[in-house]
Write a new protein. Structure first.
Length: 254
């Protein structure tokens, strides 16, 4: 447990002193926990995980390493205990129509989507749309959305940057493998993942070639604010909005 704790503290670039103050324990005791000379209580493990902003899945691993049972459940969305959350997600998706919205899990697999996502999935190879559908793979693969994205280099850099930050924050091996795979996809107008915005830029747009002309979107991401279940903690809803009147008119006319 001490080794795991030290890894998370290093990942968050937090000193022993800062963590000890935040968690209201002595620096000496924290040092003893990290070196294995002291066993932390269950509550202390949870408190340290919270102050380090460790994902719920990994907080369970900290508990197991310290000799305690996990406290955060990992439920299927089909289970009765998540019925209210499931209904809330469906309401959000339906309310967002005619604009597209998609629900993704921790590794960017699509969990759900509204009726309007068809405008994004047009022309994607069938095997990329076979469940589980990985949204990033379907977007950046040469047989996915990529040929229809007018600003592919810019949008690709945005997505890879987001994924890179998630890998750093979660230390998730599956995400790391996905990032390596996506970086291998060809891109003629590749843009560095760390790019300087131009004057007046406020968001990175998605510019999509369509039979109605070029459509331009921006997106927002919503998550559950106080999840105590691993599944809910790892869900996010990405909602796309028209960035101009032409796109809004094209979506409302379909």
């Amino acid at each position: 447990m001490g080794e795991l704790l030290r890894e998370w503290r290093d990942r968050r670039r937090t000193s022993q002193l800062d963590l000890a103050i935040a968690a209201d324990i002595s620096t000496r005791h924290l040092s003893f926990v990290e070196t294995g000379r002291a066993k932390p209580s269950r509550d202390m493990v949870l408190r340290l995980g919270e102050h380090l902003d460790v994902p719920l899945r990994e907080r369970n691993q900290l508990l197991l390493a310290a000799g305690y049972a996990p406290v955060y459940a990992e439920s299927s969305l089909t289970e009765p205990s998540l019925a209210a959350a499931r209904q809330a997600v469906r309401r959000l998706l339906r309310a967002h129509e005619p604009y597209p919205a998609v629900v993704i899990d921790r590794v960017w697999n699509m969990v759900d989507g509204n009726a309007s996502i068809g405008i994004l999935t047009e022309g994607i190879a069938e095997d990329l749309l076979t469940p589980p559908v990985n949204v990033l793979r379907a977007t950046l693969h040469p047989e996915g959305m990529a040929p229809r994205i007018a600003n592919l280099g810019e949008w690709r850099a945005n997505l890879l940057g987001r994924l890179r930050r998630e890998v750093r924050a979660t230390a998730d091996g599956a995400l790391s493998e996905l990032l390596a795979e996506l970086r291998e996809y060809p891109c003629a107008d590749e843009v560095p993942e760390v790019d300087v915005p131009g004057p007046g830029d406020i968001v990175v747009p998605l510019r999509l070639r369509h039979h109605d002309g070029e459509l331009t979107f921006f997106s927002t991401v919503a998550t559950f604010g106080t999840p105590l279940d691993v599944t809910l903690a790892e869900l996010s809803i990405e909602s796309f909005y028209p960035a101009d009147d032409t796109t809004a008119a094209a979506l409302t006319s379909t």
